[in-house]
Write a protein that binds this ligand. Structure first.
Ligand code: ARG
Length: 460
C-alpha cells in the first residue's frame, strides 16, 4: 500500500511529476466553502437517516463548521499531496476531529462531491452576474431616457441609413442584455439540481435521503439518474454559452464606442478614467478598457469551446477529463464580472456630443427614404419613387447639395409631384417623429419602450 487515501491496492507511489499533474488543488481550492457546505449537508443527512450516530454526526458537523470559520479567517492551507479540495478538506477534518472524520465519506464519492461543489458554486456566481447585469440594464435605460430627443444617423453597412433617436439605439442593447440575463437565468435553473447521493455512478446501498441533503443545500430538486448526475456538465455549457453571447454583445458595443470616440466620428468622449495615454505620443487618449473587453471575448469563447471539446466523446460516467471543467469556467466568471462592471461604469460616464450627432444629419442623405415614401404616398409606385430619389441623390452628391437644401423648382425638375410640404418630410426630427410602428425609432415608441423597461427593472 502507498500512503495515499486510495493507496490500499498500490505497490508503488506516483512520481512528483504525476502528483503535480493529477492535482487540482491549485484551482479547485476556490470551491472550499461550497465543499464544506456540501459536506455539512451530507453529514446531517447521514445523521437524520441514522447511518451515522448523533454523536458522530455532531462531531463531524462541528469539525466542518470550525473549518468553515478557519477558511474565512485564512487559516486553512492546502497541499498538492492531497490532490484536490475534497481530500484536502477530509485531511484537515481528520486533523481537527480525528478518525471519525473518515465516516464523512460514507455513501459518497468524489464524483458526486465535485459535481455538488460546482453546482453550489455556480448558483452563487450566476446570481452575482445577474445582479451586475441589472446594474448595466439600469444604466442603459437611464441613458436612453436622457437621450430620447438626441438625433443621430442609424447605420447599415456602416453607412448613414436613416435618422434615429440615440435612445432607440441604446434600447437595442437593452434588449440584448435582457436576453443575456434570461440566458443566465436558464443556466441557473439547469444548475439548480443536486447530484449528491449519486456516489461514484451507481448510487449507494446505504439508506440515504437525497431529498434531505438537496433541501438543506437549497437545490430545487435532484438529478434523477446517478450516471447523469456525475457526468453532466451541460449546466456549465449553458453558463459558458450565456457568457459567450454576453461578451459578444459587449464587444459589439465596445467596437462602436471605440469608433465613436475616434477623431473621425467624434460622437462621444470616454471619461479619462477609462482611457490611457501613450508612452511616446503625448496627445493620445486610448480607449483601452473598451478594447480589452472586446479582446477578452476571445478567451470566453475559448472556454466554451474547450469544454465542449473535452466532453465530446467522453464515455459515461466519470472520467478524469472532467476535472478540466473548472479553470475555463473560473476564468470566464472573473472575466465576465470584470467586463460587465467596468463596462457599466464606462457607459455611465461617457459624454454624448449630441450637437456632433445631429450635425452629421445636416449634409448627408439619410432622409432619402423619407422622400421616396413621400412620393409613394402621393401615388407614385415605390420602385419609381426609389429611382427618382436615387437620381436626386446622385445630383446632390455631384453638386454638394443635400436634399433639404435643394430649391423646390429644382426638386420638381426631377419629379413634378414634389410640393412645398416636402421640406417638413425631409427634416430628420420629423423623420423620427413620424415613425409610429411598434418597435420603431419614433419618439413615442421609444418613450413607450423606455417606460416598459423602467417598470420591469423596478419590479425585479
Ligand atoms: N478533482 C476531481 C475533479 O475535479 C474530483 C473527482 C475525482 N474522482 C475520481 N474518481 N478521481 O473531477
Amino acid at each position: 500500500a502507498t500512503n495515499q487515501m486510495w493507496g490500499g491496492r498500490f505497490e508503488k507511489g506516483n512520481s512528483a511529476d504525476v502528483v503535480a499533474f493529477n492535482a487540482s488543488i491549485s484551482f479547485d481550492q476556490r470551491l472550499a466553502k461550497h465543499d464544506l457546505e456540501g459536506s455539512i449537508a451530507h453529514a446531517k443527512m447521514l445523521t437524520h437517516t441514522k447511518i451515522l450516530s448523533e454523536t458522530e454526526g455532531a462531531q463531524i458537523v462541528g469539525g466542518l463548521e470550525k473549518l468553515l470559520k478557519k477558511l474565512t479567517t485564512g487559516e486553512l492551507t492546502f497541499s498538492d499531496t492531497f490532490e484536490d479540495i475534497h481530500m484536502n478538506i477530509e485531511h484537515l477534518l481528520q486533523q481537527e476531529i480525528g478518525d471519525v472524520a473518515g465516516k464523512l465519506h460514507t455513501a459518497r464519492s468524489r464524483n458526486d462531491q465535485t459535481a455538488t461543489d460546482m453546482h453550489l458554486f455556480m448558483k452563487d456566481e450566476t446570481v452575482q452576474i445577474i445582479a451586475l447585469l441589472d446594474e448595466l440594464l439600469n444604466v442603459v435605460v437611464t441613458k436612453a431616457d436622457a437621450n430620447v430627443n438626441t438625433l443621430m444617423a442609424g447605420y447599415t453597412h456602416l453607412q448613414h441609413a436613416q435618422p434615429i433617436s440615440y435612445a432607440h439605439y441604446l434600447m437595442a442593447y437593452y434588449e440584448m442584455f435582457t436576453r443575456d440575463k434570461q440566458r443566465f437565468e436558464t443556466a441557473y435553473h439547469s444548475t439548480n439540481q443536486s447530484p449528491l447521493g449519486a456516489a461514484a455512478l451507481a448510487g449507494t446501498t446505504f439508506p440515504i435521503d437525497r431529498e434531505d441533503s438537496a433541501q438543506e443545500l437549497g437545490f430545487a430538486g435532484n438529478y434523477q439518474n446517478s450516471i447523469d448526475a456525475v457526468s453532466d456538465r451541460d449546466y456549465l455549457l449553458d453558463f459558458l454559452h450565456a457568457a459567450a453571447t454576453l461578451m459578444m454583445h459587449l464587444s459589439r458595443f465596445c467596437e462602436e464606442i471605440i469608433q465613436w470616440n475616434s477623431y473621425e466620428f467624434g460622437y462621444i468622449e470616454i471619461s479619462d478614467e477609462f482611457a490611457t495615454g501613450s508612452s511616446i505620443m503625448p496627445q493620445k487618449k486610448n480607449p483601452d478598457v473598451a478594447e480589452l473587453i472586446r479582446g477578452k471575448t476571445g478567451r470566453v469563447y475559448g472556454s466554451l469551446f474547450s469544454l465542449l471539446t473535452t466532453l465530446k466523446g467522453l464515455p459515461l460516467a466519470y472520467d478524469k477529463d472532467l476535472q478540466e471543467d473548472k479553470e475555463g469556467v473560473f476564468d470566464t466568471i472573473d472575466t465576465v464580472k470584470a467586463c460587465v462592471s467596468l463596462f457599466t461604469e464606462m457607459l455611465a460616464t461617457i459624454q454624448v456630443k449630441s450637437d456632433k450627432l445631429a450635425a452629421s444629419l445636416q449634409d448627408d442623405f439619410s432622409n432619402a427614404t423619407e422622400l421616396a415614401d413621400y412620393l409613394a404616398d402621393k401615388g407614385l409606385p415605390f420602385r419609381q419613387a426609389h429611382q427618382v430619389v436615387g437620381k436626386l441623390v446622385h445630383y446632390g452628391i455631384a453638386n454638394n447639395l443635400p436634399l433639404q437644401k435643394m430649391p423646390l423648382t429644382q426638386l420638381q425638375e426631377f419629379e413634378p409631384l414634389i410640393a412645398d410640404d416636402v421640406y417638413d418630410v425631409l427634416d430628420p426630427e420629423n423623420a423620427v417623429a413620424r415613425r409610429i410602428s411598434l418597435g420603431s425609432t419614433g419618439f413615442e415608441q421609444v418613450k413607450y419602450q423606455i417606460k416598459k423597461a423602467q417598470k420591469k427593472l423596478a419590479s425585479e
